[in-house]
Design a protein around this ligand. Structure first.
Ligand code: SF4
Ligand code: SF4
Length: 189
């Protein structure tokens, strides 16, 4: 596969540290029991996940449980300073758990940079509000504090890469916009 991936400043060791920090789940039980593991299913056609720039170092790109595609960052919802391609993967709903990508490890949380630039983590209402009980029934199923702490520690490492920080900033402003939207007030979330 020809690669012209978005540049990364993070090393494989950085990603190994992040993966290790994220070897903790959001609940003290398998939350897939609440939803038939919806976020691991093709709940709508073509659903999958983007790898972060540099995360491909954790893969051979020949894993039989993953389907790979490279998509142009400029044609998707990434900030303009992302030049090149982004790896987009989907799986067959089974994976070696220790190999699962960052997006699978951090969901249902997302990183958020406040307008002052402070890093926080929040429930990922941008992509998960319609599918995840930990988001749309957050009072019933509160995500445990140690998961918040682990995800925050992981993103502190990841945003040392300026392009990843740029994307977190971009997504954070989208979250701000979404939270003030009319449809959100209709959902009362
Ligand atoms: S993170 Fe949410 S959508 Fe995914 S398995 Fe757990 S409860 Fe289901
Ligand atoms: S890689 Fe694993 S955790 Fe991620 S969506 Fe696929 S089965 Fe689920």
């Amino acid at each position: 596969m020809k690669r012209n991936l978005v540049h990364s400043t993070l090393s494989k060791q950085d990603f190994e540290k992040v993966y290790s920090l994220l070897d903790v789940g959001p609940m003290p039980f398998d939350c897939g029991m609440l939803c038939a593991s919806l976020c691991c299913q093709e709940y709508e056609p073509g659903v999958g996940m983007y790898l972060l720039p540099g995360e491909e170092q954790m893969f051979t790109m020949e894993e039989t449980w993953l389907n790979w595609a490279l998509v142009k960052a400029s044609g998707h919802n990434f900030p303009p300073d992302w030049k090149g391609d982004v790896a987009f993967v989907s799986c067959n709903a089974t994976c070696p758990r220790d190999k699962r990508p960052i997006q699978c490890r951090t969901f249902p949380l997302m990183p958020y940079l406040t307008p002052e630039g402070t890093l926080e983590v929040r429930l990922d209402t941008l992509s998960g509000i319609l599918i995840c009980p930990l988001i749309n029934q957050a009072d019933t199923y509160p995500v445990r504090p140690e998961f918040y702490r682990a995800v925050l520690a992981a993103w502190k490492i990841l945003i040392k890469d300026p392009l990843i920080r740029s994307d977190v900033w971009h997504q954070s402003r989208l979250l701000d916009k979404d939270e003030s939207s009319v449809w959100r007030s209709l959902l009362e979330l």
